[in-house]
Design a binder for this molecule. Structure first.
Ligand code: SF4
Length: 416
């Protein structure tokens, strides 16, 4: 029996981890290694692993990652623009939204957003990611106006914008058909959309999180229509609140089915629930966010279930923090996400992360787990591979202790 607690788990070969696993877990993992699709029952088995079975899941997911995308860890230099925090939807898990009369409510002007985009490009960004709240009196054409304003000054900047919820809101406001509305956004400069507002793609769970949010059917319709128009999207799942492992598996299999048809997802991003400043947690309806154990399972499970369909699994460092992000990058994930420059949504919900992290810091962190950093475009086209560190590439002092090699997260820290 392996005693992983005393070893760094990345030093355990996946073959040995697989041998130590129970038959019911080793069997689906072998199928995944052979490139076969796993089904609901097999997914459920993997979603509830512990001990040696967890170690096998994580090590096999890491091996599949190596075979599919190699040893590079990619990141994109981007800036988040959360243009307003005024919102009428009232999601119980959201710590970001404000009423219009709240003293800290804001709505940035078009000029401010263009200026922030220009500043981002000057700092090396290739993408802006735009999402915001849904104010009651928003003009349905606002989303297109903002795209035009940015593209007029920065025609080459990739604009990754508007969740399916925002797109449905724009459709309702303008009364345009969805397809026409998306085409208008595309013509205005939309390059891709975030697959957020997915939370858990199960209407019963969604009702408890946010009864006013778009339904599963609508989320799928926006995504499929966008893909059919040549607008790619990411895909996401929020975990660590009221859902069960069964919901993770069904959600991932649904994404896999969509991807088989459209091929339009660039990546899958698990988003750990940030609980502290949310009504959902404060009213006792949700657990206190995700655990490290869940982080590892969700990232590894995504790699194994999406195997062959969605090649990129991204960690959300604003949700996980850096140490756990690195642990998940050794459990099947391969992308560190964006440098962001500012991120308001997770911070408002109580996350400790979300400020600017320089590309050099990203690269220094990636090297602590022996992998090769590479800057990518939003489309995952590689812009530059950094085989060797440069003289300036180092971690700031406040991050040094947690990244000391002997201190990096082990299975022990997950309760293994
Ligand atoms: S998650 Fe988005 S839609 Fe829901 S309340 Fe927050 S800002 Fe509004």
């Amino acid at each position: 029996m392996l005693k992983a607690a005393s070893l760094k788990w990345r030093e355990i070969p996946w073959e040995r981890a697989l041998q130590a696993a129970s038959f019911r877990v080793a069997n689906p993992l072998q199928k995944a290694l052979a490139g076969e699709d796993l089904g609901l029952e097999e997914g459920l088995t993997l979603a509830t692993v512990e001990g040696d079975d967890l170690l096998a899941l994580v090590r096999v997911a890491d091996e599949i990652r190596r075979r599919v995308v190699g040893d590079r860890i990619t990141y994109v230099v981007n800036r988040n623009l959360n243009f307003t925090n005024i919102c009428i939807v009232g999601c119980a898990f959201c710590g970001f939204s404000r009423g219009p009369d709240s003293p800290d409510a804001y709505f940035h002007s078009l000029d401010t957003l263009v200026a922030k985009s220009i500043e981002a490009v000057e700092l090396g960004a290739t993408e802006v990611c735009i999402q915001g709240g849904l104010p009651k009196d928003l003009d349905g054409y606002y989303y297109a106006q903002l795209l035009r304003a940015i593209k007029k000054r920065l025609p080459d900047l990739h604009v990754h914008a508007y969740s399916p919820m925002e797109i449905i809101y724009g459709v309702e406001k303008t009364r345009l058909p969805l397809r026409e509305y998306l085409l208008m956004l595309k013509e205005a400069g939309l390059n891709s959309i975030p697959g957020t507002a997915a939370e858990i793609l199960d209407d019963q769970v969604r009702r408890s999180l946010s009864p006013n949010k778009l339904k599963v059917r609508q989320w799928i319709e926006v995504i499929r229509t966008a893909h059919s128009l040549g607008i790619p999207s990411t895909s996401t799942m929020m975990y660590g609140h009221t859902e069960l492992p069964e919901h993770w598996v069904r959600h991932l299999l649904l994404l896999r089915d969509i991807q088989k048809d459209t091929g339009g997802f660039t990546e899958f991003v698990p988003l750990g629930f940030i609980h502290s400043n949310t009504r959902l947690f404060q009213s006792g309806r949700a657990r206190s966010g995700r655990s490290v154990h869940e982080d590892l399972i969700v990232h590894a499970l995504s790699r194994v279930l999406l195997n062959g369909y969605i090649p990129n699994i991204q960690v959300s460092w604003v949700k996980l923090g850096f140490e756990e992000s690195l642990a998940c990058l050794e459990a099947g994930a391969n992308d560190f996400g964006g440098t962001l420059m500012e991120e308001s949504i997770s911070k408002a919900a109580g996350a400790n992360f979300g400020e600017y992290v320089s590309p050099r810091e990203f690269r220094a962190m990636i090297r602590t787990i022996g992998r090769i950093p590479a800057e990518r475009a939003t489309s995952y086209e590689i812009r530059e591979v950094f085989e060797h560190p440069d003289a300036e590439e180092r971690l700031p002092p406040e991050r040094l202790p947690i990244f000391a090699a002997t201190n990096h997260t082990t299975m022990h820290a997950t309760g293994y």
